[in-house]
Design a protein around this ligand. Structure first.
Ligand code: MG
Length: 470
């Protein structure tokens, strides 16, 4: 879009958001939804219909709490703010973004007041992404996680293991595309009901189980840059493709929460995509695709390279050990912004201090610090914690799979991913929003949300990689 069209687009998005909002609320203009909801309350509906009406009623009730004019204002503000953010990040100029972020924080506080008269403001926002989750539960979970992570990160920092060695040479994009096509087919991404394209920031968009689009980006010097993000998006895509298409357009055909969505992407990216057994299968194919640059490069080099742990400034490039510290920092900051105990103007300073305290990293410019993520400019406050919930859930799923599937590692070594995909489809994907996120994970893994499996997974894996003594 040309730069001067920014205002025009903000107006269009405001109009469409308002229109969508009004049309959605009109669903109950004749009182039909209300009447069916009364049947739900009297427990007259089948299990499936009851879930459908329960979820629809939830969406409807939340929508009615927001005035259409507010929805329009929010859409216009975030449209402007995203452009201001992109410019501010490019110019390393927080002052340029500051008034926009102040406006978004103020609007988000208003939104929270509309949505949750009974709940705490941050909870009302969080609930729109992770229904049922609260800041109090997150604070307890994240505090436990932080202690475990900080200690593991320190032990790895002092470990005497060999430095990871990056592959060297040129990896032509065309060959990387061919390799990804091979990987995606093996993992089970259905290319007849989806596409892989290129974008600056990788994402998945699913409008229907039969049209699921993912993107990646390439670095001709680093093949993992595309492979890792691609496997992450494939994880999201398998969820979207695994939703029941017979329920498309209803809550039963939708993902249950962002945390559960991220559990799928992170499971495939980390537990499968960074697993030695998986690469025993894929590495020979990788070498064949890039014979010259990988001539003397071994599977062991590659495994250490893709699992290198190093505290860094940029969240999206973080390894799986340090990643959640980035999320904890964002959660602490956005919660305080919404509670009004810190101010936007002090964010760079607060951000840099936390990066120093938790990760030992010095941030020298805001574009690598507080300006790095698009989320706040898009009005997504309360969204970051779902990333960590996804990581915690992914480890719970991993152990549940190991429990149910003794051949798990052998399947990976043989490139047979179908049983794993089927397990996820049966236990997670096909249910849509039939159960709450917590109930769904409890049913699939046998446990409620828990930090321990994730810390156990990291400790086992990285103790071996870094020769840590227990
Ligand atoms: Mg994701």
């Amino acid at each position: 879009m040309p730069a001067r069209a920014a205002s025009l687009r903000a107006q269009m998005l405001a109009y469409l958001s308002g229109l969508h909002h009004r049309r959605f609320i009109d669903m109950n203009a004749d009182g039909l939804l209300q009447a069916v909801y009364a049947s739900f309350e009297k427990q007259e509906l089948s299990k499936k219909d009851a879930a459908l009406i329960r979820e629809l009623w939830r969406d409807y009730t939340l929508a009615t709490k927001l005035p259409a004019e507010f929805v329009e204002e929010f859409a216009a503000a975030t449209s402007h703010a995203q452009l201001a953010w992109a410019q501010a990040r490019k110019d390393n100029n927080f002052a340029h973004f500051r008034p926009h972020l102040e406006n978004i924080v103020a609007l988000s506080r208003t939104k929270a007041a509309y949505l949750g008269s009974e709940s705490k403001p941050y909870d009302a926002l969080l609930d729109t992404y992770e229904p049922g989750m609260t800041a109090d539960e997150l604070s307890i979970t994240f505090a436990e996680l932080k202690v475990g992570l900080v200690s593991l990160i320190q032990r790895i920092a002092h470990a005497k293991a060999a430095r990871a060695r990056a592959p060297k040479g040129v990896f032509p994009q065309r060959d990387q595309e061919a390799f990804l096509a091979f990987v995606n087919e093996k993992l089970g991404f259905d290319a007849t009901a989806g596409r892989l394209d290129i974008s600056t920031h990788p994402f998945t968009t699913g409008t229907h189980p039969l049209d699921v689009r993912i993107t990646t980006r390439y670095d001709e010097k680093d093949p993992w840059y595309a492979i890792g993000s691609n496997i992450h998006e494939v994880g999201h895509a398998l969820y979207e493709q695994g939703l029941p298409d017979t329920e498309a357009g209803t809550p039963l055909g939708e993902a249950v929460s962002l945390g559960v969505h991220e559990s799928q992407s992170r499971f495939w990216e980390n537990m499968i995509g960074k697993n030695m057994h998986t690469w025993k299968y894929f590495f020979p194919r990788l070498k064949k695709q890039f014979p010259a640059p990988l001539r003397t490069y071994t599977l062991d080099h590659w495994y250490r390279f893709i699992n290198d742990v190093r505290p860094s400034r940029i969240r999206t490039e973080a390894d799986e050990v340090t990643y959640n510290v980035h999320i904890i920092i964002r959660f602490e900051i956005e919660k305080e912004l919404i509670e009004g105990t810190i101010k936007v103007k002090n964010l760079p300073e607060i951000w840099n201090q936390k990066m120093k305290d938790y990760l030992g990293v010095t941030v020298t410019k805001d574009s690598d610090g507080v300006l790095q993520d698009v989320h706040w400019s898009a009005g997504l406050i309360g969204y970051f914690p779902t990333y960590t919930l996804g990581n915690l859930y992914s480890a719970q799923l991993y152990y549940a799979l190991l429990r149910d599937m003794p051949q798990f590692d052998a399947y990976l070594r043989k490139g047979q991913f179908q049983p794993i995909r089927e397990w996820l489809k049966t236990n997670i994907h096909r249910h849509g929003r039939l159960y709450s996120a917590g109930e769904l994970m409890q049913r699939a893994t046998g446990s409620p949300l828990s930090v321990a499996p994730f810390l156990t997974y990291l400790t086992e894996k990285y103790s071996a990689l870094y020769n840590l003594r227990s």
